[in-house]
Design a protein around this ligand. Structure first.
Ligand code: UDX
Length: 438
């Protein structure tokens, strides 16, 4: 099938390459010439495992092309729109400028019978508004949210947990759902659930899923706060409650909390939208979820100060991690980088290392020192703070080896990802979040 993908950021670039990899003929469109040039060479503009391979393969096969000209979308049977919806400056609401601009430009290229599939995360009610814009062209709008996780984006796109299609009522909607089934035929052949619903439900599935995940993380982080004043160990607590199949252990990782380009902004946009709908009390708990999440960063800073003997002034602190999570070079709303910046603000000499995110981090926070080599970053540190649970730190860093490099053997485990006993045995003072000191 011929497809167009409007917006070649994180979501769009992965979607375009993944659709080409399953046999479709795809044109990716973006206003950013530099990004399009890179993609057209088969190079990913960001780090995502497996993406370079499918991009290069798609470009070499001739099935995957890129353009800055919206006219290139003409003739595609399905037009995916995956532009960003960042948090508005000075407000909690989602900024729909890019979505509106993409649709305003795309409508001129639509033909009767075309499908426009919105993938961006939008406030509920947006699809109904955009459907009115698309209707005069004879094309049909479907809302087809994306649930990909950074670091697993290629796999999540090709082999998702579920597919959701919000469609208009009646024969038009049925036809649109059938066309999407054709697009995703490889996943559907593997019995991936394909849920056909209305626009509002499809939009809400996305925000509800992210709100639930954020709530689960903040729940365990709230338990970490209680554990800290009672001497309990939140990691054992999470293991124990996680054995209950109704609860499950995933997303019960207590630590410095969630960040990234999705969960924080999505829960805030959801709160803002609920308020507009006169239902702010329905999701009032999300304010708490956000507040607990931010408090854990404070706690990591507090523990580091304690590890440094009360003051960060002129102390050297090695920060292991800058990305908001491992397998990513994304530093958007990264709790890791936030902790580093705060310690720097308290007078510490902060050196940050990360296997993938240093370049992005340097651009965002140039005042910090960056060292790519992990061991060099550890050298002469008064305290070590692990803030992103990369393999390089959790399993591949030997505490006895690290002990030889540093000045002070104090480690703050901001992700509860280290083997606490092994670090203690190597002579370290170990500080976990929501875990007893000894
Ligand atoms: C998330 C959703 O998982 C995905 O379905 C949606 O499409 C986009 O948002 P992503 O932002 O890539 O994906 O990351 P995710 O793996 O969900 O992690 C989000 C944040 O939560 C990270 O900062 C991570 O470190 C943190 N986290 C995750 C925890 O603090 N504890 C956990 O147990 C799990």
């Amino acid at each position: 099938m011929r497809l167009s993908v409007i917006g070649c950021g994180y979501l769009g670039a992965v979607h375009a390459a993944a659709m080409a990899s399953i046999g479709h003929e795809v044109v990716g469109i973006d206003v950013d010439q530099a990004k399009i040039d890179r993609l057209a060479r088969g190079e990913a503009p960001f780090f995502e495992p497996g993406l370079n391979e499918i991009l290069a393969e798609g470009v070499a096969s001739g099935r995957l092309t890129f353009s800055t000209d919206m006219a290139a979308a003409r003739g595609a049977a399905v037009h995916f729109v995956g532009v960003g919806t960042p948090q508005q400056q000075g407000s909690y609401s989602a900024d729909l400028t890019y979505v509106d601009a993409a649709f305003a430009s795309l409508v001129h290229q639509l033909r009767p019978g075309d499908i426009v599939a919105g993938k961006s995360t939008v406030p509920v009610g947006t699809a109904a508004r955009l459907a009115e814009l698309v209707a005069p062209t004879g094309a049909t709008l479907v809302w087809n949210p994306e649930f990909l996780r950074e670091g697993w984006a290629v796999q999540d796109t090709i082999d998702p947990d579920r597919l959701v299609a919000g469609v208009p009522a009646g024969a038009e909607g049925e036809r649109a759902a059938d066309i999407l089934r054709e697009v995703y035929h490889t996943a559907i052949a593997k019995k991936t659930p394909f849920i056909v619903t209305d626009y509002a439900t499809a939009e809400l599935v996305k925000v509800a899923a992210n709100a639930f995940l954020a709530t689960k993380i903040s729940f365990i982080n709230a338990m970490a706060e209680i554990a800290e004043v009672t001497g309990a160990d939140v990691t054992q607590l999470a293991d124990a409650i996680g054995h209950d199949g109704r609860i499950g252990r995933r997303f019960l990782g207590a630590g410095i909390g969630f960040g990234g380009g999705c969960l924080p902004k999505d829960i805030r946009a959801f709160s803002a939208r609920a308020e507009e709908l006169g239902k702010s009390e329905s999701v009032a708990f999300l304010r708490e979820v956000d507040a607990i999440n931010l408090r854990r960063r404070d706690r990591a800073v507090e523990l580091t100060l304690e590890a440094l003997g009360g003051s960060a002034f002129e102390k050297r602190v090695a920060i292991l991690g800058a990305a908001f999570k491992p397998h990513s070079d994304d530093i958007r709303d990264s709790p890791a980088l936030d902790v580093a910046v705060r310690l720097h603000g308290l007078g510490a000499s902060v050196v940050v290392t990360d296997p993938e995110a240093i370049e992005n981090a340097r651009l965002a926070q140039p005042q910090l020192e960056y060292i790519a080599d992990r061991d060099e970053a550890l050298r002469d540190a008064d305290a070590v703070v692990v803030v992103t649970e990369w393999e390089e730190y959790r399993h591949q860093l030997n505490p006895a080896h690290a002990a030889e490099l540093v000045k002070g053997r104090a480690v703050v485990d901001g992700r509860n990802c280290l083997d606490a006993q092994a670090w203690r045995d190597a002579g370290w003072a170990y500080y976990g979040l929501g875990r007893p000191r000894v």
